[in-house]
Design a protein around this ligand. Structure first.
Ligand SMILES: [Zn+2]
Ligand SMILES: [Zn+2]
Length: 370
C-alpha cells in the first residue's frame, strides 16, 4: 500500500473524543439528568440542522437564498458540529457531487465503507480550488467564518458549556452536551457519505452509488433521500413527497414564511418523471436487446412508443405554459383547458409507464438474460 501522510490534528481530535466519551461514561452516568439529555438534544439538533440546511443546501448547492441573520445563525450554530468552515465543507462537497464514485471524490464509497464514513478525513489532502467556490468567496459572512473558524468554534462551545453548567453538574455538561453531541452529529453526518451510498433504493439515478433510505433520513434530518439528491441536487428538498421525513426542508420552508429564506428551488414533478422515463427506457431497452423472443421485441416497441408519447406531451405542456405567460385574457381561457388536458394525459402516460416498466423489469430481470 502507498504510504499516505496522516492529518494528525484531525486524527488525534477524533480519537481523543471517542476515548473520553467511553472512558468518562461510567462516571457521567451517575450525574446525568433530564436537563443533560435536553442539552444534548438541543445542541445535536442545532449542530445537525445548521449543517444540512446551511452548509449543505444553502452554501454547497445554493438551493435557496437566505437573509444575513439566517446565515449568521447557520455560521455560528454549525460550530457545534465540528466540520470545519462552510467554505471548506462546500468545496469538498461540490467535489463529491462533481466526481462521485471516482478518485476525485474526497469520500468515494468505492474506496470502502469506512473510508467514506470517516477514514478519508485522516489522509485527505485538499487541493483548494478557488474557482469551485468563487460564489462563496464573494460572501463576506462565509469568508469571515472561514478565517476565524477556530476562535468561533472554541467561543461558541465554551459559551454553550458554561450555559449548560448552570443547569447540571459540569461533568454531565461536558459529557452529554459536548462529547456525546460531537459524536452524534459527526456519525450522523458521516452516515450520509457511507450508508447513504450503500443501503437503500436507487430510483432516480441508478448509475450512482447514492441511495434513498427512510431510516437514514430520520438520523440525518432528511438527508437520507440521497439518490434523489444526487440526481437533482439543486432542489431544496431531499425528501420530495409530503410524507418524507425531511426536517431540513420543513425548516427552510418555515423560514421562508417569515421572510428569512427565499427563492426555494424545486424540481417540478414532470421534470423528475421525464428524467426517469429516459433513464428507464435506456436501461430496459438495453436489457431487452439481449433477448431474442417475440415478446421482448414487442415490449421494446411499446416502451419506445410510450416514452415518445410522454416526451411529446411534456414538450407540448411546456410550450402551452410558455404561451400562457404571453397570452391575452381570451386566449388564456382556451390555453387553460389545453394545459389541463395535457396534465391529465401526462399523468395517464406516467401511470402506464410505471406499470409497463415494472412488468418488463420483473419479466426480464438482470439475472434472466445472458
Ligand atoms: Zn453523496
Ligand atoms: Zn449534496
Amino acid at each position: 500500500m502507498r504510504h499516505q501522510k496522516i492529518n494528525w490534528t484531525t486524527l488525534v481530535f477524533v480519537v481523543s473524543y471517542h476515548l473520553l466519551l467511553v472512558g468518562m461514561a461510567p462516571f457521567a452516568f451517575g450525574v446525568l439528568s433530564w436537563s443533560a439529555w435536553t442539552g444534548f438534544l438541543i445542541t445535536f439538533v442545532v449542530g445537525g440542522l445548521t449543517i444540512t440546511a446551511g452548509y449543505h443546501r444553502l452554501y454547497a448547492h445554493k438551493a435557496y437564498e437566505a437573509r444575513p441573520v439566517f446565515e449568521w445563525a447557520v455560521l455560528l450554530g454549525s460550530t457545534l458540529a465540528f466540520q470545519w468552515s462552510a467554505l471548506v465543507w462546500s468545496h469538498d462537497h461540490r467535489l463529491h457531487h462533481n466526481h462521485v464514485d471516482t478518485d476525485k471524490d474526497p469520500y468515494s464509497v468505492k474506496k470502502g465503507f469506512w473510508h467514506a464514513h470517516m477514514l478519508w478525513l485522516f489522509t485527505y489532502r485538499r487541493k483548494f480550488d478557488r474557482a469551485l467556490v468563487a460564489d462563496l468567496l464573494r460572501n463576506p459572512r462565509v469568508v469571515f467564518q472561514d478565517r476565524y473558524y477556530l476562535a468561533l468554534t472554541i467561543g461558541v462551545n465554551a459559551a454553550v458549556l458554561g450555559l449548560a453548567c448552570l443547569f447540571m453538574p459540569p461533568l454531565a455538561a461536558f459529557w452529554a452536551v459536548i462529547l456525546l453531541r460531537i459524536f452524534a452529529v459527526h456519525h450522523c453526518t458521516w452516515f450520509i457519505n457511507s450508508l447513504a451510498h450503500v443501503w437503500g433504493s436507487r430510483t432516480y439515478a441508478r448509475e450512482l452509488s447514492a441511495v434513498d433510505n427512510a431510516v437514514l433520513a430520520f438520523l440525518t434530518f432528511g438527508e437520507g433521500y440521497h439518490n434523489y439528491h444526487h440526481a437533482f441536487a439543486s432542489d431544496y428538498r431531499n425528501g420530495v413527497r409530503w410524507y418524507h421525513f425531511d426536517p431540513t426542508k420543513w425548516l427552510v420552508r418555515a423560514a421562508s414564511l417569515v421572510g428569512l429564506t427565499s427563492h426555494l428551488r424545486v424540481i417540478q414533478t414532470v421534470r423528475v418523471q421525464k428524467a426517469l422515463v429516459s433513464k428507464d427506457k435506456r436501461l430496459l431497452l438495453d436489457r431487452l436487446s439481449a433477448e431474442v423472443d417475440e415478446l421482448a421485441m414487442e415490449l421494446s416497441r411499446k416502451l419506445e412508443h410510450l416514452a415518445d408519447t410522454f416526451d411529446g406531451n411534456v414538450a407540448a405542456l411546456s410550450g402551452s405554459l410558455a404561451e400562457f405567460r404571453e397570452a391575452s385574457k381570451e386566449k388564456r381561457a382556451l390555453l387553460r383547458i389545453e394545459i389541463r388536458r395535457l396534465r391529465r394525459e401526462i399523468r395517464a402516460n406516467w401511470k402506464a409507464w410505471v406499470a409497463l416498466t415494472r412488468w418488463t423489469a420483473r419479466r426480464y430481470a438482470p439475472t434472466h438474460s445472458h
